[in-house]
Write a protein of this length. Sequence first.
Length: 280
Amino acid sequence: MNARVETGVPESAMRFDIDGTELAVARSGKGPAVVCLHAIAHGGRDFEVFAKLVGDRFEVICIDWPGQGRSGADRQSASAARYAELLAHALQALGIERPILLGNSVGGAAALILAARGDANIRAVVACDPGGLIEIDDTARKAIALMVKFFGAGERGAGWFGLAFRAYYRFLVLPKRAAKVQRRRIVAAGYENARVLREAWESFAAPEADIRALAATIDVPVWFAWAKGDRIVSLKQSRPAIDAMKNARVTQFAGGHAPFLEQPRAFAKAFVKFVNSLPA
């Protein structure tokens, strides 16, 4: 069983050895580079419709994170910090200059971490419902512990996990019709991705997962595109961190966690508007 490859970039995608991990990368379109970074247990195919909508004016580069989609396993556990490290190496390997980073969830957090470093020559960041902008207090730790337990059950192969994971995605994470096909692929790979989900959620409770101070140092423009119905990452709780940033704006879209996937046309239109507003 290898359902996870169906969530990722095409089979024809390039492979790069990045810090001992084989990453699958797909490139399409022509124009300024947009590097797309998916949520945990998703894949580069999340951006399939987005790439078709904007491919006439942007080059869209999609990366499958380690152990997800068509990428190989990593020697380190999943975390936003690890993904930011891999992303920095990947941009060098790909020879991409002045990219716009488009990241969702853990991908959005990785994009913000790399932008804060200031050494990757990033033009702008589009962060969709990113983690890391909320205080990790006792309430957050308890919620994270429940999710770790949930995905740990999937990792052990619990019989009830499949139906529970399906409901989790159908009603909480990607409830909108436009995400239906990719949602089915993600759900089908639930057991395969349970380990990386458990690892990622464990990392969310670590002190370094709080990137609020890092985010405040980012100099490049940041557009937060947030799903209004997100019950996993709260915009309200993230607002103080966003307001503390130098050059950030927020747009809300109907959906659960991934605006570009759940409202693709509205997102693409707003994305182009954002890019057109950037300094030359």
